[in-house]
Design a protein around this ligand. Structure first.
Ligand code: ARG
Ligand code: ZN
Ligand code: CA
Length: 246
């Protein structure tokens, strides 16, 4: 009634060890993190600088609910970003109706890669969805400093059409007007305020945005422009409108 879109999620868990066979409780924990972060009810929302309070997203009105979990044992120790985990023919798990369901794969390891995602251009294809490496999935048992479930928040941002906040280039463009242009990615846990100069203009950058590369504890907001971009994708007529047709 208030325009909130509830996205149905299917988890596909590929495990070699019992540690990699993420518990139902931890899967639920990741869903809970997404719903808090996308609803701006995350416990660290009050850390958003006053400077950005007029352009913070607030409730994005996107929520997630778990429909089904598929589990499969594997002998593979490490995966890569070549989509092998998304096809049974290559030892993975086939997506469940990707036009209607948001498929998320959890794999034991992808080397140093925390996760990756498809953009809405891939909507409904067999490889559409998000992949997260088990050590960075959920919170309980996850590996610090990426143990607050925010690899999920970041990858879901991509799935809903968000680019990295630095635009993947020096002073690049993320196609969001209200996120300040920044020179490049930030890592670790930067101290606010952090100033960058692009095109001769100095700006205080939004390193605490979920689409930067900082630690989980250092990211806690989407901007209003990012919210609008994500809402457009799931709205009627949007590339991912199929997620609402259940
Ligand atoms: N490097 C990954 C990506 O580009 C994920 C980064 C997640 N960051 C985090 N603090 N959990 O999609
Ligand atoms: Zn990313
Ligand atoms: Ca921007």
């Amino acid at each position: 009634a208030d325009g909130t879109v509830e996205i149905p999620v299917v988890f596909n868990v590929l495990y070699r060890t019992s540690t990699e066979n993420i518990s139902d409780a931890r899967l639920a924990e990741q869903i809970a993190v997404l719903n808090k972060d996308f609803g701006a009810t995350n416990s660290d929302v009050n850390k958003i600088p006053t400077e950005f309070s007029s352009i913070k997203a607030g409730d994005t009105k996107v929520r997630f609910h778990l429909i089904k979990t598929v589990r499969k044992a594997t002998t593979k120790t490490s995966w890569s970003t070549n989509d092998a985990m998304k096809k049974s023919s290559t030892g993975g798990i086939d997506a469940t109706s990707p036009a209607s369901y948001f498929n998320i794969w959890v794999v034991g390891s992808m080397g140093g890669v925390l996760g990756y995602a498809t953009f809405p251009e891939s909507a409904g294809t067999a490889v559409d969805g998000v992949v997260i490496a088990a050590p960075y999935f959920g919170k309980t048992g996850a590996t610090s400093p990426f143990n607050l479930g925010r690899t999920g928040t970041h990858e879901v941002g991509h799935y809903l059409n968000l680019r990295h906040i630095w635009g993947d280039a020096t002073c690049g463009n993320d196609f969001v007007a209200d996120t300040p242009t920044q020179t490049g990615s930030n890592g670790g846990s930067p101290t606010y305020p952090l100033y960058n100069t692009c095109g001769g203009v100095q700006r205080s950058v939004m390193f605490m945005n979920y689409m930067d590369y900082v630690y989980d504890s250092a990211m806690y907001m989407f901007s209003a422009g990012q919210r609008d971009r994500m809402q457009a994708v799931v709205a009627a007529g949007g590339a991912r409108a199929g997620l609402r047709n259940l």
